[in-house]
Structures are given as C-alpha cells and as structure tokens.
Design a binder for this molecule. Structure first.
Ligand SMILES: [Zn+2]
Length: 80
C-alpha cells in the first residue's frame, strides 16, 4: 500500500511521491505537484495570452492602416 499525505489544496489524500512540502503562513503543509503546476501554468498562460493578444491587435491595426488585408470574398475571385 502506498503512503498517502493530505493535500491541503485539494483536501484529499495523494500518494506521497506526488507531494511537495509547501510553506504557508501557518507552517509547512503538503501540496500535490499537480495543484502547484496548475497554479503556476494558469498565471503563465494568462500573461502570455495578454501579451500575444495585444501583439495581434497591434499587427491587425497596422495591416488595416496599410490596407494589406483583402476581404475573403475578393480574394476568392482572384485566380492564382
Ligand atoms: Zn492535491
């Protein structure tokens, strides 16, 4: 039988190999790797999304200004 530890984040027991000690204001607690990684990646994704979205908006604004974007309907009429 695998040793389990109580995860304060999920409030369930996980196998001890998935657990990491996590320092909190109330002392050391056990937290699973999955919850730590989920918290970390959600922050990174949000940052990356915000950055890429503003870059896309900038690029689109530039293209619109230079009239590089041709509407799909017009493009379909052209023969390559
Ligand atoms: Zn957990």
């Amino acid at each position: 039988m695998t040793e389990t530890l109580y995860c304060y984040c999920c409030r369930v027991h996980h196998p001890s190999e998935q657990m990491r000690r996590f320092e909190t204001r109330h002392g050391a607690r056990w937290r699973c790797l999955r919850s730590i990684q989920a918290a970390r990646s959600s922050v990174e994704e949000r940052d990356q999304f915000g950055r890429s979205q503003s870059e896309i908006n900038l690029a689109l604004a530039r293209l619109h200004k230079e009239s590089i974007i041709v509407p799909m309907s017009e493009r379909r009429l052209q023969r390559y």
